[in-house]
Write a protein that binds this ligand. Structure first.
Ligand SMILES: NC(=O)c1ccc[n+]([C@@H]2O[C@H](COP(=O)([O-])OP(=O)(O)OC[C@H]3O[C@@H](n4cnc5c(N)ncnc54)[C@H](OP(=O)(O)O)[C@@H]3O)[C@@H](O)[C@H]2O)c1
Length: 261
């Protein structure tokens, strides 16, 4: 593919963890990548660092919970790089606790951040981003193994990620004949800033140390360790290739055998 034929990708939550690794990989695979996150300072620092590596990236601050922000993000991406070929819905948050004690605000925010945003961003990319009129497109939703099995003290998170898997399967079938594939990548435990926050939450809930939580989690993973953000990005990078054209409406795990469902 020549420089002129570069595909345009949007990655939400591209400043950290899995989103950052996916951004780097897609840019190295000759995509022009438009990223977003809420924190403008982190966004600017990330873009600067990636450009220093010679990667063709840009971005804008955007809260995926806001319909206005999502509309503005996709418009800016199209203005900068042209119509959208690839969407990676990665932005997300953890969140849970003893279900009987969960406040409405927490429940709604987890669902808004992890699930409603995926619907909104996808619809915006299909319309404003022009994808629905193309004969080729790739949508990859970063769900979780928690989107396939319940996670103790994680009801809102599990519910939101099951929702992402359901949305992916339905839309993948709906678009199957269009050349647009829709898949979910389901990470298990991945070493990122979010994973650290999750361990802190469980340490507080179980009145133990983060180190103890880490070894309990590691013991549950047959591979014996957390996955890396690059290992998750590797599957994202494959799903957006031409060769992956017949993989659609799937939810694929990257989890060191934590689950094999
Ligand atoms: N780490 C794991 O073990 C694991 C396992 C399974 C699934 N996942 C999923 O993988 C995805 C990425 O997780 P990660 O571990 O890489 O997390 P992370 O390191 O915390 O990064 C999250 C990214 O999303 C952005 N973000 C968060 N809320 C946002 C919002 N409302 N609007 C726009 N951007 C937002 C963050 O930037 P700002 O804070 O500046 O907005 C950051 O760039 C999430 O969907 C998560 O549920 C992670």
């Amino acid at each position: 593919m020549t420089q002129q034929e570069q595909r345009t990708a949007i990655v939400t939550g591209g400043t950290s963890g899995i989103g950052l690794s996916s951004t780097k990989l897609l840019a190295r695979q000759n995509h022009q990548v438009f990223i977003c996150a809420r924190d403008q300072e982190n966004l600017s620092a990330t873009l600067k660092e990636l450009r220093q590596e010679g990667l063709n990236v840009d971005g804008a601050a955007c809260d995926v919970r806001s319909a206005e922000d999502v509309n503005s993000l996709v418009r800016q991406a199209v203005d900068r790089f042209g119509e959208i070929d690839v969407l990676v819905n990665n932005a997300g948050r953890s969140g849970g606790g003893v279900t009987a004690d969960i406040a409405d605000e927490l429940w709604f925010d987890v669902v808004e951040t992890n699930l409603n945003s995926v619907f909104r961003m996808t619809r915006e990319v299909l319309n404003t981003g022009g994808m629905r009129h193309k004969s080729w497109g790739r949508i990859v939703n970063i769900a979780s193994t928690a989107g396939k099995q319940g996670v103790v003290l994680g009801a809102p998170y599990s519910a939101s990620k099951h929702g992402v898997v359901g949305l992916t399967k339905a839309l993948g079938k709906e678009l199957a004949q269009t050349g647009i594939t829709v898949n979910a990548v389901c990470p298990g435990y991945v070493e990122t800033p979010m994973a650290e926050r999750v361990r802190q939450g469980y340490a507080a809930a179980y009145d133990t140390t983060e180190e103890q939580v880490l070894s309990q989690f590691q013991a549950k993973i047959p591979l014996g360790r957390y996955s890396t953000p690059d290992e998750v990005a590797g599957l994202v990078g494959y799903l957006v290739t031409d060769t992956a054209a017949s993989i659609t409406a799937q939810a694929l795990n990257v989890c060191g055998a934590l689950g094999n469902f």
